[in-house]
Every structure is written in C-alpha cells, then in structure tokens.
Design a protein around this ligand. Sequence first.
Ligand code: K7E
Ligand code: CUA
Ligand code: CA
Length: 642
Amino acid sequence: MSDKNNATPDVVEEPRGVSRRSFLGTGAVTGAVLAGATALGAGTFTRESWAAAAKEAKEAKSKIHVGPGELDEYYGFWSGGHQGEVRVLGVPSMRELMRIPVFNVDSATGWGLTNESKRILGESAKYKNGDCHHPHISMTDGKYDGKYLFINDKANSRIARIRLDIMKCDKILTVPNVQAIHGLRLQKVPYTKYVFANAEFVIPHPNDGHTFDLQDKNSFTMFNAIDAEKMEMAFQVIVDGNLDNSDADYTGQYAASTCYNSEKAYDLGGMMRNERDWVVVFNIPRIEAAIKAGKFITLDGSKVPVVDGRKTDGKDSEFTRYIPVPKNPHGCNTSSDGKYFIANGKLSPTVSMIAIDRLDDLFADRFKDPREVIVAEPELGLGPLHTTFDGRGNAYTTLFIDSQVVKWNMDEAIRAYKGEKVNYIKQKLDVQYQPGHNHASLTETSEADGKWLVVLCKFSKDRFLPTGPLHPENDQLIDISGEEMKLVHDGPAFAEPHDCILARRDQIKTQKIWNRNDPFFAETVALAKKDGINLETDNKVIRDGNKVRVYMTSMAPAYGLTEFTVKQGNEVTVTITNIDQIEDVSHGFVMTNHGVSMEISPQQTSSITFTADKAGLHWYYCSWFCHALHMEMVGRMLVEKA
Ligand code: K7E
Ligand code: CUA
Ligand code: CA
C-alpha cells in the first residue's frame, strides 16, 4: 500500500501534471515563468527517485532520531510568518518546543491581553496581526551571544526583540515614516549594536496625500538602523529604488541590501523592466560620523536622524554605493568566511558574489565600474532566492522555480568567472517544493559547522495528509555533513516560516523560573507597591472609584482569593503572583465569559484588566494543569447589580 510518510508510494503521480523540466524547456526566465511555475506546480518524481529517497531516509533516520528523554543538539527559531509568532524547535528532531507570541494575540499566555504584554506592544497593540520573516540572534565577535532574537513585522512595519533567557518578547518598535519592514539582519562585529532593517515599499514624503507619484523626488524608502539595546531608532538612510533583503559584514563597517524595484514602478511589468537592479552597500562609520557632526535631516515630524544615500546627478553619496546585479535580486547573504555578500538573482539564474575586501576601494572611488567588486556570477538554476554556507567553502542556494537546493563551491565559481574550466556545481537536490529560505547550522556566524541544512519549502502539495484547500508548508531537514546532501525529514508548518535560525544548544541559556526582579513585570510590581501590596503574601481587593484592583497569590492547587465582589460596570484588574517555586508549575487565570486568559509561571506576576459588565456569579479557573486538584483551582467573582 501507498505510504507517503515513508516516501514509497505504489502509484507515482506527477504533481499537477506539469513537470519542472518542461518549464526548463520554455527558455528565458521571465516573470511569466515564475508565476506559471507557482500556479501550476513543479517537480517531477519518478518511481526510482521516490525509492532512492526512501532508502536514504532510512539511513538518515538514526542520525535525526532524538529518543524519548534525549535532547536536541540545536535550538531552531522559526518565523511564524503572517501568523505573527516565533516558534522554537529542536534540531535535528524538528520537534516544536515552544511558541513565542509576538505580533499576534495568544490565548494561552495572554499575550496581547495582559497588561504586561500590552505595555510592550505599546501603540501598536491595536493591531492584531503581524507578518514575521527574519529571526536573528544577537552576536558578539561574529558569534551568537544568545542574548536576544530580533524579528521583523512586514505587515505593520515593526521590529520586535525577544529575550532568549525567558523566551518572551520584551520590546517592540514601530519604525517611523516607512512601510513594510522586510529584510532584517544584525551587526555581527564587534557586537550587535545595530539591528539593520529594510523598509520595502517606496512611499511619498510626507505621505499625506499631496502626491501619489513614486517618481517624485520626495518618494523613496529608507534603510533603518535600530539601537539593539535601547530598541530605539538610531538612523535612517534614504535610498534609490526599494529595499528587499540585507546582511552585515564581519568587519562591522558595511551592510548590504538588495533592491528589486530600481524602476520605482507600481506594477509587476514595471518592476521587471530593468535587466539589472542593484545591491546597495552602506558605509556605517561614514553615516555615524555625519550624524555625530549634526549633518542630518529629520522627516515628517519624527526626530530620527536621516541621511540621504541617493545618487545626485549620477554621483554617489558618501554613504552608499550601488552595485548593479541581475535581475530583481532577493536574498542577500554574507558568507561565513566573511569574504562575500551574495545577492540571489531570482529572475536571473545567477547569484552575484561581491568581494567585501574591495568595498574600501569602491568607497574610495578607485573603480571605473562598481561591478569590479563582483568576483563571480555563477549560474546555478532557476529562481535563486537565498544562499547559506557550510564553513567549508561551499554555498547552498535555493532554486524556487527548479524546486531544488544547489550545492556549489565558492572558490571554484570565482575561478570559473576568470575563465577557467571548472564545474563549481557539486550537487542539485530536489526539495518538496518551491523553497524560499534555507539555513545551515550556525551559517550566519564565523562558526558555521556544516552539519544541518533547513530548507523552508513554500508548497507541500502531496507530502502530507490532505488538510483541505489550505496546505501546510514543508520545512525539510537535510544532512550536509558529508559530501552529498541527504534529505532526512519533512516537517509540516503553518503559515509561513520564511526563515529560521539555528544555534548550538550551549549558546542559549534560559531561566528555569522567573526572577522576582524581572523587568518583564516590573511596572506591575511598582503599581502594586503604590497600593501598599506585598505581592508574595497579600490577597486583597483595592477599591478606587470605578476601578477595582484584585491582588492574589497562586500556589498549586489554589488561588489566594477564592471570592471577590465588584459592582457591575467596574473596571477590574486582577494581578496574580505565582508563589510556587517548583519548575514547570505554571498556573493560568481565566474569567469565564469575559475574554480573560493569562499565564502565571513560577515566581511570575501577571495582570489583566477587563470590565465586569454582567451582574451575577462568574467563576474563574486555572487553565494550566498544575496539580491533581487542578480542576478545583477555582474562584468566584460576584458582580452586584448596578
Ligand atoms: Cu525570501 Cu521575506 Cu526572507 Cu520569504 S523573504 S522567502
Ligand atoms: Cu493551577 Cu491549574
Ligand atoms: Ca527590477
């Protein structure tokens, strides 16, 4: 019988009837092909290839098997895409360990409902959606320091920071005067002083309806630098064209971003008009110096220093250089040896390797043609989107249209570019299907170890039990420790992990229970102090006009208060301190029929505010199963008629 989990079906179907190879036969790579491949599906699978895959999967099984009670070697942090959260996985088991709500509302933890989370969400708490793409871990000297993870929200132009010691979001910043924060990377050296973030879309400034003309000289987008520790804007740089993805180098001096809309066009046809768009390189010390010297402007009512990185009459600004590359480039990846920025061609079958050690000369105007910094432009296949590295000189690029990952050698690509006859392509591996990002273990650091490669496929088609019209994505795990890439795991994922990041488990250090002095709930503690409350011992109701503040402790299996009385229409704030000291004994608080739910983990204080708008008796209960008598961990709110 057919068993697709073991990749050995009796009947081999070609997904959607149109093969990848027939697309290859159509010749030029155009947007139409790209769109066609997406709509019609790609990937040809023969009985032989299924069988071979099955055999390899069996061999690999032992490698990825993390037995009951055993721990994974790596932490993986996955973007939750337009679901708005971050997911924590163990690798290589690919087991989901935790979810960190960020730009969404989460009823288990109360994220978006509790006062603590609303303070962090700030102004933007009014948005209930987000669109995460790029999770990145803070670094010191080009290595993960395990302190923070940063992630963008394309939907509402935000950047969030997650504290990795507690795996909670602790700061959110809305970037002013831009639309759609997409590419996000961190300064690697000497440490993550800045979060670099691309605003994707070109908009008029001020964006007040005075014009809708994108060719207007006051229509532009900006490159953004955020102070990582303060989570405040550091500076913005006006650019030509738009901005897609970015990365930073290993000297601390440069960051680079791809631009696919050098045309500043409104539509698909217009955005594909130019054969080349560009990579824009930012000279960070020069920008810092200008700002220090007061040579900046401010925009549209914000105080953020802005410098102009656009060309004037074809002449470069001191802050930027534009390097033409083919065509609508997407991913931008710094090789783990620190030598290259690699721009992935998307509508070109090539990637462009930019030598970082030539950028000083580029900024000193020592080249006639900015393309003299390009040391190779290997042709890899159709739809290259993102590239990752194994630390042994090889690069791995996703080919969206070909539904493949191609392994290629960087030195050999450079030799071929110089005219030598050398085949830099080492292997092409089919993936299922249409991959976006890929990510090798520790690839963004100088410690890239070439063990695992995660490939985030946008389509899963027939790989899993059907789930109706909406399919899961397919996050595949590939063993790259040997000469050959070996696919070892298919992992269904909900919409839509654009990107992920892997860190060694020793690089992430977490707290087992909360510290009572944690800043996460410090403001709640300060408010309680004003009410004269000792949170660890007091169970009290404070009445303050129409406001009622209920303070209680929790200790398995009971709340400190099993009853409190309020008047109909009162605004009630319930603040609970979990005085359990035992690891893993989390409590919850749910007020039935009031939309109220939150987590209170050991030694945590959580609070939530709601209106007691219904007279009568309302039970509250603990939602995390904490004790044999968990069901009995309840209380009553008595609401007297107004
Ligand atoms: Cu390629 Cu938003 Cu990084 Cu998606 S982005 S794939
Ligand atoms: Cu406390 Cu369940
Ligand atoms: Ca273009």
